[in-house]
Design a protein around this ligand. Structure first.
Ligand code: SAH
Length: 352
């Protein structure tokens, strides 16, 4: 007989745990207890749940998949950044990264296996999308770090959905995941400590703008004109800059939030004085902020990173042109968190 794959124990949110318990003839507060065991005490087995009756623990054991994805590779960089390669239940592989900052600990989460956006500088797109990740599989990436951290009384304080995949090409699951991570009966990671990064899928940005949540949005801009952006980001052909900026204005008006852009520095491509002017023109009159990011070189795609001096010069010129920006340091360069998929993000905002 074929049996359906059991649901991963990280798939259910607070209410779903309560509903499950009620469906089993138990009181809803059992669900609250289970939720708290998983997200406050980081239990990975019902057997750890000492205030749950033994027969109910066995039922839980039988009804859910309690296996966090196997860590098939783990690299620790000199700066403490940890990159893990996880094997999901169907054998597919995803990466996640833990970064240590002065303000806390941040996990970079993948949202899909592979990616279809086809950005020419990005290593993720070299592997076409195999499938979307479920919210529970994104949560499992967080818990795979949190359990170890808890032994040192540490907790993850930030999440960035900036790993492999385009989060807005998997909108519902990503939103379910971040809402669950935000639930203060569980992990309680503040909405403003959770950032979703998109290459610019306009209808989904519009949908996000109309949601009642305070999660941060980051936009991968990478080029200040359509002529340049078309060359590196196919999404720009579907949603050119005028449409992107239009929907971001809607988002800014609805959320009253500053716009955050990411701009990777590609040597000889988007680092010219013309680009500085075009960027300033694009963002003029908007409450915007640009993270300039030295590109992590990916093999054989023709793009090169700028040297540190040129990065500083670009930063300087952009600031002088009136654009608020920071230049990010790279993390985990010595492990391949610098692979371009899971680049590690930065702490210290360098000021020139
Ligand atoms: N698809 C989403 C999120 C995943 S990529 C997005 O496009 O925003 C996260 C960020 O890393 C994006 O800004 C992406 O453009 C950038 N990136 C991709 N390859 C990189 C590389 N080799 N070096 C630096 N940043 C890179």
């Amino acid at each position: 007989m074929l049996t359906a794959r059991k649901e991963l124990f990280t798939s259910l949110n607070f209410l779903e745990w309560q509903d499950y318990c009620v469906s089993q003839g138990a009181k809803p507060y059992r669900g609250s207890q289970i939720f708290s065991w998983i997200y406050r005490k980081y239990a990975v087995s019902p057997q750890e749940m000492s205030d749950i009756a033994k027969d109910f623990r066995e039922k839980l054991e039988a009804d859910f998949d309690w296996q966090l994805p196997e860590i098939v590779q783990r690299q620790v960089s000199r700066d403490g950044t940890i990159k893990q390669l996880l094997k999901l239940s169907d054998g597919t592989l995803v990466e996640c990264v833990l970064m240590h900052y002065d303000y806390g600990k941040s996990v970079c989460v993948s949202s899909q296996v592979g990616c279809n956006m086809g950005c020419s500088f990005c290593a993720s797109g070299q592997l076409k999308k195999q499938r979307d990740l479920k919210s529970g599989e994104m949560m499992a990436q967080v818990l795979s770090f949190q359990r170890d951290l808890a032994m040192e009384n540490q907790r993850i304080s930030h999440i960035v959905v900036m790993g492999i995949g385009e989060p807005f090409d998997n909108y519902d699951e990503v939103l379910d995941f971040v809402k669950n991570a935000n639930d203060d009966r569980g992990l309680g990671i503040g909405a403003r400590h959770i950032t979703i990064s998109t290459c610019g899928i306009v209808p989904m940005i519009r949908r996000f703008a109309n949601e009642p949540y305070q999660f941060n949005l980051a936009i991968s801009l990478h080029a200040p004109t359509d002529a340049l952006r078309d060359q590196i980001m196919p999404v720009n052909k579907a949603y050119p800059l005028s449409e992107l900026m239009g929907v971001l204005d809607e988002y800014a008006a609805l959320s009253n939030r500053r716009l955050t852009f990411e701009y990777i520095l590609l040597k000889g491509f988007n680092d010219s004085p013309d680009c500085v002017r075009a960027l300033a023109k694009l963002l003029r009159g908007r409450n915007a902020y640009v993270n300039l990011i030295p590109y992590n070189t990916v093999d054989n795609n023709g793009f090169q990173t700028v040297d540190y001096k040129s990065a500083l010069q670009f930063y300087d010129a952009v600031s002088k042109a009136g654009v608020k920006c920071t230049l990010r340091q790279k993390h985990g360069e010595d492990i391949d968190a610098a692979c371009g998929q899971l680049r590690a993000f930065v702490s210290g905002e360098m000021k020139a």
